[in-house]
Every structure is written in C-alpha cells, then in structure tokens.
Design a binder for this molecule. Sequence first.
Ligand code: FES
Length: 158
Amino acid sequence: MQLKEKPDYKEIDAIMTQYTEPEHLIRILQKVQDIYGYLSEDVQIYIADKLKIPVSEVNGVVTFYSLFSTKPKGKHIIGVCLGTACYVKGANDILKKLKSELKINEDETTKDGVFTLRATRCIGACGLAPVITIGDDVHGRINADDIPRILEKYGDSG
Ligand code: FES
C-alpha cells in the first residue's frame, strides 16, 4: 500500500529516531497515539514504511490490542453501561436517547469532535444503575430524559 501524498509527520519521525526497530512497534504505536489520539490508516502505512515491515503487520497489532484506536476520539468519551443491573433499569433507553441526541452510533464521534459514544460492561457501580460515565465522571440513577441536561454540561464549555 502506498500513501497518496507524502505526509508531514515530524512528530512520528522524532519518535522513530528513538525507536528504530520492528520490535519497538508497540511502543511506537503508543507514543504516536498519544499525539494524534488514534492511528489512522495513513499513519499505519507511514510507520510500516519507516520500519520496512508490511502494513498488515502494523494493522494486525493495532487491531489486536484494545488500547489502540483507528478512529478519532472526541474530547469526552461517554460510556453507557450495558451490564445486567443497568440493562434491567433501562440502559438501552439511555443509549438510544444518546444516539438520537448526538446523532451518532456506538463507537462514533460527533462531527464537532466533542463526544465519542461507547457501550461498556459493568463498571462496578451497580448500586447506582443505570450508569453512564463521561470521562472520569459517573452519572447514576438517571433516565433518558436526563440526557440533554447532562450533555449540556459538557457541550461547548466542557
Ligand atoms: S451493571 Fe452497570 S455498573 Fe454494574
């Protein structure tokens, strides 16, 4: 695979002066993701090219480890717990409401880059079910009607 145009990835070049061997791949990917927030296809091609290894090898690592993301992430990550306790208390309605309010599906990011929506497993706060997390904040015992008010807090100023 070839890049359409030669991108200017000075930050990646800087990282790869320190980490030069294919066995450093995971470390390189972590550092690059720290900068860009995710690992686009172009970035994967660029790294593969510099390490002189197949892109499929880079992509294999990126897709194997859940810590790596190939899609841009929003400023706030919303996690909707779909564990049993939350599910029986209406987590699905909350997820639906979030999708319609934000006009995105799970694992997508709003156009303005503010929110990414994820479904999660039990986060160990079942006593507060149903629960959503926004960044490090936990919002418990909520219902779908609370969603607009909660999102407002994180909107433009968040
Ligand atoms: S099931 Fe949602 S916090 Fe446990």
